[in-house]
Design a protein around this ligand. Structure first.
Ligand code: RET
Length: 267
């Protein structure tokens, strides 16, 4: 009974909204996977790992959402017009474990399109990944208390937020440092990527806090809505923007498939 999802009965509308949100998440990640696979040939080898990382994120996040959707429909059954908890429980913890893989991939893609060299990428990635793992592990511990002890939810959430602030600081500093190296107008796009990250990543702590401000069935629907918007923004839309930057930079470095795709003459 770790998550508040298991505490309530749901109307058919509430139950189906959550089911549809999770299923929509699966569809968005699978569709984007196909797109990234097809488009990767337009990305110069120098940047191609960024697009490959998006493929990994799509598979990893897509699969977790399949399991979340399955768990949701297994955990509840319709009894006298309302959905009631059955023998197994629903659990958001799998998401946190999945972030241990997806967040390092997302951050590394950013470092690649920022034109850092290999040694700089490794150095920065290590600090970013350690901060991210600190944020996720402390957040994971905190969410275990959302039913039993809100005090612990706040304390672990606050510790996790310290890691989050450190991580954002490095991300912001790296973008500011490297922005001028981005070619073909992508210095503007990278700023949009930054603001997209600030928006989408902040939805996750809000979802974490739902038990504190909306401890009811509507809160559960809100939380899955926040997760879905956050997932599609921070992985799918973010990945599309990163690959767009990669293609434009590939074109300005003379990579023919990218130049052709953008309607430019070979150099
Ligand atoms: C937690 C705990 C409460 C405090 C904070 C959190 C931050 C979570 C974030 C998650 C980002 C996830 C992404 C996943 C992509 O696959 C852990 C909820 C600050 C920022 C981008």
């Amino acid at each position: 009974m770790k998550n508040i999802e298991n505490l309530f009965d749901y109307t058919i509308g509430q139950f189906e909204t959550v089911d549809h949100l999770l299923t929509m998440g699966v569809g968005a990640h699978l569709a984007a996977l196909v797109f990234f696979l097809v488009i990767s040939q337009l990305v110069a080898p120098k940047y191609r790992i960024a697009t490959a990382l998006s493929c990994i994120v799509m598979v990893s996040a897509g699969l977790i959402l399949v399991s979340q959707a399955g768990m949701w429909t297994d955990a509840f059954a319709l009894e006298n017009g309302v959905y009631k908890l059955q023998d197994i429980t629903f659990n958001n913890g799998y998401r946190y474990v999945n972030w241990m893989i997806t967040i390092p991939c997302l951050l590394t893609q950013l470092l690649i399109v920022l034109n850092y060299n290999k040694a700089q990428i490794v150095k920065k990635a290590i600090s970013l990944v350690l901060l991210a793992w600190g944020m996720i592990i402390t957040g994971y511990i905190g969410q275990l208390y959302e039913v039993s002890d809100l005090g612990n939810l706040y304390i672990w959430g606050a510790i996790s937020t310290l890691f989050f602030i450190g991580l954002n600081f490095i991300v912001g500093k790296s973008i500011a440092e490297q922005k001028s190296t981005l070619t073909h107008g992508t210095d503007k796009t990278i700023m949009k990527v930054f603001w997209l990250m600030m928006f989408a990543w902040t939805l996750y702590p809000i979802a974490y806090m739902v038990p504190a401000f909306m401890n009811n069935a509507d809160g559960v629907v809100l939380r899955q809505l926040l997760f879905t918007v956050a997932d599609i923004s921070s992985k799918v839309i973010y990945g599309l923007m990163i690959t767009y930057i990669a293609i434009r930079q590939s074109a300005s470095s003379g990579f023919i498939p990218a130049r052709k795709a953008l309607g430019m003459e070979p150099q």
